[in-house]
Design a protein around this ligand. Structure first.
Ligand code: PGA
Length: 269
């Protein structure tokens, strides 16, 4: 079910409605989020999809693959732009996000390989790579819908808590909590890259629609802080309060703190 939450800005004024869609579990969250991406592709077959990695979107990709295999979806004209990539990992490295996207999504659907874009983690000039990537997104006409997860630090993409919001795509040093969280995918924590190239906050905010997915009680507090706390670069996802078209799809566990502290936002969910 869905509800629209009036989200107050830092000065206490309500400026827009954020939609919250609640699901009972991970599978439900995945199906509901996938159906919004599917609708985007049905409405506009040459959509530009902003895609994300991590544990959260895996079920979403499984649904989209399933619907493609049933003949419901056609990705042949779709372009994709991914949020981020680790510095120093080649696309063949099994923990690179290029590898993740290929093995978990792209190779199972009919998207054209040349229409899929991920920042180059091996670029010798990360600033130049950031500028190239932002220009590429603009040349595609901008992102129609950006899928996001949320990190325990409140990061979106790899935009970690920082003194200020960084607008363009850029190189970033990963936060300790993020390195610890991502160590589960590597042989040891020491193997987790320390830097990444990430779409900047400006690049994410330029997307026409935002679709943020979250599951599990571990995300409940940060989800509340992001959408009901102050807008601050210390919680990078909080900037989404200023985006005009945000849908949060989350399971009940992830929505628990919002339900407790902002119950009016959950009416109808
Ligand atoms: P997760 O990561 O989906 O693996 O929890 C989310 C994120 O770091 O953005």
């Amino acid at each position: 079910m869905a509800a629209s939450a009036r989200v107050p800005t830092a000065d206490g004024k309500d400026v827009f409605s954020m939609r919250i869609i609640s699901a009972s579990n991970y599978e439900g969250m995945s199906r509901k989020a996938a159906s919004l991406l599917a609708a985007q592709v049905v409405f506009k077959r040459d959509s530009v999809l902003g895609l994300a990695t991590g544990s959260t979107p895996l079920g979403i990709y499984r649904c989209l693959i399933d619907w493609y295999q049933q003949g419901i979806l056609d990705f042949s004209a779709v372009h994709s732009v991914n949020l981020d990539e680790y510095c120093g990992l080649s696309p063949e490295h099994d923990q690179s996000y290029a590898y993740y996207m290929d093995s978990n999504f792209f190779r199972h659907i009919n998207i054209q390989k040349e229409n899929t874009h991920i920042p180059d983690g091996l670029a010798e000039d990360p600033d130049g790579e950031g500028a190239r990537y932002d220009a590429l997104i603009r040349s595609l006409g901008g992102t129609d819908i950006q899928l996001l997860g949320i990190g325990h630090t409140g990061h979106i993409g790899f935009n970690e808590p920082a003194p200020q919001f960084v607008k363009p795509t850029h190189r970033v040093e990963l936060n300790r909590k993020t390195i610890e969280a991502n160590a589960r995918f590597f042989a040891s924590e020491a193997d987790v890259p320390r830097y990444a190239v990430t779409m900047g906050i400006g690049s994410i905010m330029a997307a026409k629609k935002i679709l943020l997915a979250a599951n599990g009680e571990g995300k409940a507090e940060i989800l509340y802080e992001a959408f009901f706390g102050p807008i601050t670069p210390q919680v990078p996802a909080s900037i989404l309060q200023l985006h005009p078209d945000v849908t949060v799809v989350a399971d009940e566990a992830a929505l628990q703190v919002i339900g407790e502290k902002a119950p009016e936002a959950m009416k109808g969910c």
